[in-house]
Design a protein around this ligand. Structure first.
Ligand SMILES: *[C@@H]1O[C@H](CO)[C@@H](O)[C@H](O)[C@H]1NC(C)=O
Ligand SMILES: *[C@@H]1O[C@H](CO)[C@@H](O)[C@H](O)[C@H]1NC(C)=O
Length: 366
């Protein structure tokens, strides 16, 4: 009797202790997101563009069961990362609700359709290109300074976790958008990749100058294996070779560039997340992850449900958790969760030089 009471008290004390620990970390760490549709939480809903996910069945498995602008049936990668760091999801920067104390949680600047280059996604007209996402980040810091002062704002930004996902559209919605595209006439693929990496490096250096000190940088997925490319470019269901070649050239050079930046800054500011490998795992063996297919999108039409957009008129699968791809380009909520588990605990092959759980343990000591 006495010992079980003691045990309960012990458990209670441990729980209180544990919660006070996470609460402290929570208050200390903001989260900022930059990039394209893989990480857009709804900014494009506020823009005059066709690149938006603001109608059903998008959001069908979101807590509200309504479309939010996320290119997912439910949560996306930033949402799962927010859960890991113990905070609420970031609001889109353009949301009118992003004011007051909510600003201290962070912000999501991502915009579907954008790329590293300004001329990527021109067909979507009004989207927030990378240089403008960075300008908004500056504006954000001015707004927060007015709230809590410049020194505390600096600290909030320095201690924040940042995620950036960009690059896939520079191939899909630029170089390979049409045959004989301007960029493909200008550059061979290897030279184009070099150019992208050099422009990306400039963007990351600007991010550093704006105060970023812990940045998860994802590579591109296996671009040729998404249902859209299987429908457009593949005869027998094999991944489209040219886009696979693009991803295979781009990702290792990205990791190398991040290493160089870290060595210049003398600190592991930039962390490479090998999303190509993470995706490949369930593309090559979907059953191991509980998916019945990684080729057919849950929502879409035509071969592999890979043609056109996901709309109310599309085929829609009954159980979204069984599909690696939600629409012709974007992973399902469950696949996003699998990716974030790898970001959290993956080995150095997946997360270089360290994973999110190591980052959180390191940064909580500062
Ligand atoms: C994109 O456009 C902005 C604004 O015009 C410019 O400052 C920036 O250098 C451009 N970026 C590239 C990669 O050309
Ligand atoms: C990643 O996370 C696990 C714990 O979840 C840890 O054991 C491992 O050492 C970490 N790996 C790296 C490279 O940080």
């Amino acid at each position: 009797m006495a010992s079980s009471k003691l045990f309960l008290i012990l458990v209670f004390v441990l729980l209180v202790f544990k919660n006070s620990g996470t609460a402290r970390v929570e208050a200390a760490r903001a989260f900022f997101v930059f990039g394209d549709s893989l990480v857009d939480n709804g900014n494009n809903n506020y823009l005059a563009t066709t690149a938006r996910a603001d109608s059903p069945p998008y959001g069908i498995d979101y807590p509200t069961h309504r479309p939010t602008g996320r290119f997912s049936n439910g949560l996306n990668i930033p949402d799962f990362i927010s859960q890991e760091i113990g905070s609420e999801s970031t609001l889109p920067y353009l949301s009118p609700q992003l004011t007051g104390q909510r600003l201290l949680v962070g912000a999501n600047f991502a915009s579907a359709g954008i790329g590293i280059l300004n001329d990527t996604g021109i067909q979507f007209v009004n989207i927030i290109r990378m240089y403008q996402q960075l300008q908004y980040f500056e504006e954000y810091q001015r707004r927060v300074s007015a709230l809590i002062g410049a020194a505390r704002t600096r600290q909030l930004v320095n201690r924040a976790l940042i995620l950036i996902t960009v690059g896939g559209n520079d191939f899909v919605n630029n170089y390979y958008l049409v045959p004989y595209s301007a960029r493909s006439r200008q550059y061979s693929l290897p030279d184009y990749v070099k150019y992208l990496i050099s422009e990306y490096k400039k963007l990351l250096m600007s991010l550093y100058d704006l105060g970023a000190r812990r940045v998860l940088v994802t590579g591109t997925g296996p671009l040729g294996c998404v249902p859209a490319e299987l429908a457009l470019r593949s005869r027998n269901g094999e991944c489209a070779a040219e886009l696979q070649r693009a991803a295979t050239l781009f990702n290792p050079q990205l990791t190398q560039m991040l290493r160089e930046l870290n060595s210049n800054y003398g600190s592991d500011v930039f962390i490479a997340a090998n999303t190509q490998l993470m995706h490949n795992d369930f593309v090559t063996n979907p059953q191991a992850y509980g998916f019945i297919t990684s080729k057919v999108a849950c929502c879409g039409q035509g071969p592999y449900n890979g043609l056109g957009l996901c709309t109310v008129a599309s085929n829609l699968c009954a159980n979204r958790d069984q599909y690696a791809f939600w629409d012709p380009f974007h992973p399902s909520e469950r696949a996003n969760g699998v990716i974030v588990q790898q970001i959290k605990t993956g080995s150095t092959e997946y997360m270089y030089p360290m994973n999110l759980s190591t980052i959180m343990a390191l940064d909580s000591k500062i």
